[in-house]
Write a protein that binds this ligand. Structure first.
Ligand SMILES: [Zn+2]
Length: 348
């Protein structure tokens, strides 16, 4: 009996301790980021931190369109930012253009390494403990195998950063057409096609999503979901385009329209070019360029436009929007508009 009580007590104590440890798990704080060439093939990025413990579960990486994104949870940027604490050593300057660090949520840090070339391939992540004699703190070590040609030609795009935001996704299907085509599937298909075309034209493309997911999480408020999309835009994003389909109770409603935030000079130029190209390549009724206070246009720091590709509630347009050929045309229209935005002089 006594033994039983003791066991119980011990167990309770352990549980209490475990709970306390979790509640006070200290966030790591970045102390520096250094990029250098390990040898001709491998670029190494060392991320130093102190104050907390990180394991592989805290780290996720994604390399695409010449940008390596490193998301660290339970981590704070500390005093490391683009201007202080990051170092691109001379051996890496040919490959690495910039390193951005920002806090995306509480205890959540995103590092973005922009390469000068369309680097592709594997990123090896390892964790190195502090080494006092070498005066090194705890580090995350990223080795990027450089299988790219260093004289990659960016073409027209010149490495500018385009953010594509396929509207809706995951638990939010967006509008649904009379035969069941979902807005989220059309917006994603067109955006993925535009991504390819833009990369081929020498742009870097950041997608807010590439699969059928909620960008923040299922069931969160619209503001939280939309802010998560805005947060995907790196600080040096040049433009942000949100891709949607229109819907109305009257199934005869039809045509394309594009939006910009009220008073946004560059945004309205972008919206106008997108509108012209969509009209030209899409062949639908043009409902014009409009100003509206959509979240993704008023919260992004770069010029932004939201485009409605057509009415998914209109049976004829629903079929067009679902067809591979028409989606390809729409993607081409977006790419043409982006090319015109950057090459036609004027505001930029
Ligand atoms: Zn929509």
């Amino acid at each position: 009996m006594l033994k039983k009580i003791l066991t119980c007590f011990t167990l309770m104590l352990v549980l209490t301790c475990a709970a306390t440890t979790t509640a006070f798990a200290k966030a790591a704080e970045l102390t520096g980021i250094t990029a250098f060439e390990l040898d001709n093939d491998i670029l190494r990025i060392e991320i130093s931190y102190s104050g907390g413990r990180l394991d592989f579960g805290n780290i996720s990486t994604e390399l695409s369109s010449g940008i390596l994104r490193v998301d660290l949870n339970n981590t704070l940027p500390g005093r490391v930012s683009r201007v202080s604490g990051t170092q691109i050593q001379s051996s890496a300057r040919e490959s690495v253009e910039k390193i951005f660090v920002n806090r995306t949520q509480e205890n959540y840090t995103r590092i973005q390494i922009h390469f000068r070339s369309m680097i592709e391939g594997d990123v090896k992540v390892s964790l190195e403990p502090a080494n006092r004699s070498a005066k090194k703190s705890d580090r995350i070590v990223l080795d990027v195998k450089k299988n790219f040609s260093s004289d990659y030609d960016f073409g027209n795009g010149d490495g500018r950063v385009i953010v594509l935001d396929p509207g809706h996704g995951g638990s939010d299907s967006g509008a649904i057409g009379p035969s069941g085509v979902t807005e989220k599937s059309v917006s994603l298909a067109v955006s993925l096609k535009a991504q390819k075309l833009l990369i081929n034209s020498g742009y870097r493309v950041v997608m807010t999503r590439t699969t059928d997911i909620d960008v923040a999480a299922p069931g969160v408020s619209d503001a939280v979901e939309l802010q998560a999309r805005v947060d995907k835009a790196p600080p040096n994003a040049d433009i942000f385009i949100s891709v949607h389909c229109n819907a109305f109770s009257n199934t005869h409603a039809n045509g394309v329209e594009t939006y910009h935030a009220p008073g946004a000079v560059k945004g309205s130029r972008l919206a106008r070019l997108l509108n012209e190209e969509l009209e030209r390549l899409g062949g639908l009724n043009n409902r014009g360029v409009k100003a509206a206070r959509f979240y993704v246009m008023t919260h992004t720091k770069c010029p932004a436009s939201l485009i409605e590709l057509g009415f998914i509630t209109n049976p004829r347009e629903e079929q067009l929007l679902a067809s591979n050929d028409y989606q390809q045309k729409l993607a081409q229209a977006i790419t043409n508009a982006v090319n015109r935005y950057f090459n036609q002089g004027g505001f930029d």
